[in-house]
Design a protein around this ligand. Structure first.
Ligand code: SAM
Length: 233
């Protein structure tokens, strides 16, 4: 169970109404029952139910069962698309261990707003689902040109450019592991001006994802897989 609360020796964790309903109403746990907890920061903890109420309750941490497992230092930058497909991208990025998920507005991005809180909740659910101890941060929508202008020293960018379609999907030779980001464009792809700007960036590496143009959500999963294989830990 994910809780937004510190976990540690002797720590008690208050439960809100929904959590209490899930544990005591749906799962039928009673006092003394074990519950595995994580908060994305302190690893996984075994806790016990010390108070089971209808509208709330309390868990008490017993011991740490797994330390925090940090994902590789990979950011996924993507242009948000239709709601369900954006949800899919966030869910898959969290499952595949992206450290940070960054919706970016490009020239041809249709959505001008996202529900960051909803997307963050999807990332929590995905981490919960795959037994992760880390929850990637989902940032609010930012303009791609601003993100590139503020680019952190030493981070490399895998620029997935549909104009490269047909080239083999192997990454260029000689890339080093470390801090990386992947960039996936919107359904309309990148404009010529964006493409020229991205290609000129000293930290960008242009990548093809194979012989066909993939939908943006498929491209995000394919790119993370290629990166993981070649540059992940
Ligand atoms: N409208 C564009 C076109 O027809 O050329 C296609 C955009 S594609 C649906 C969405 C994004 O997925 C692209 O901007 C790119 O980042 C990525 N993508 C899809 N297929 C790709 C490929 N074969 N190689 C590299 N990137 C690809």
């Amino acid at each position: 169970l994910y809780v937004d609360h510190p976990l540690g020796d002797g720590q008690t964790v208050p439960l809100d109404r929904d959590q209490a309903h899930y544990l005591f109403g749906v799962m039928r746990l009673s006092e003394g029952a074990p519950v595995a907890l994580f908060n994305g920061r302190d690893g996984e903890w075994l806790a016990e139910v010390s108070d089971a109420g209808k509208r709330g309750g309390v868990l008490s941490c017993v011991r740490q069962t797994r330390p925090l497992q940090m994902p590789p230092d990979l950011w996924l930058l993507f242009a948000p698309i239709k709601k369900a497909r954006t949800d899919f991208i966030v869910e898959k990025a969290a499952e595949m261990g992206a450290a940070r998920i960054m919706p970016v507005q490009t020239e041809f991005t249709n959505s001008e707003r996202i529900r960051q809180d909803r997307l963050q909740a999807h990332a929590v659910e995905a981490a919960e689902q795959c037994g992760g101890t880390y929850v990637p941060e989902v940032t609010d929508l930012q303009r791609l040109d601003r993100v590139l202008a503020d680019w952190p020293e030493g981070r490399q960018l895998m620029f997935c450019d549909e104009a490269e379609v047909g080239r083999s999907s192997v990454l260029p030779d000689g890339l080093s592991k470390g801090a990386w980001a992947i960039l996936i464009g919107p359904e309309g792809g990148f404009s010529e001006a964006e493409r020229a700007r991205l290609r000129a960036l000293p930290f960008a590496h242009v990548v093809s994802l194979g012989p066909r143009i993939l939908r943006a959500d498929t491209a995000a999963v394919a790119a993370m897989t290629v990166w993981q294989q070649a540059l992940g830990d």
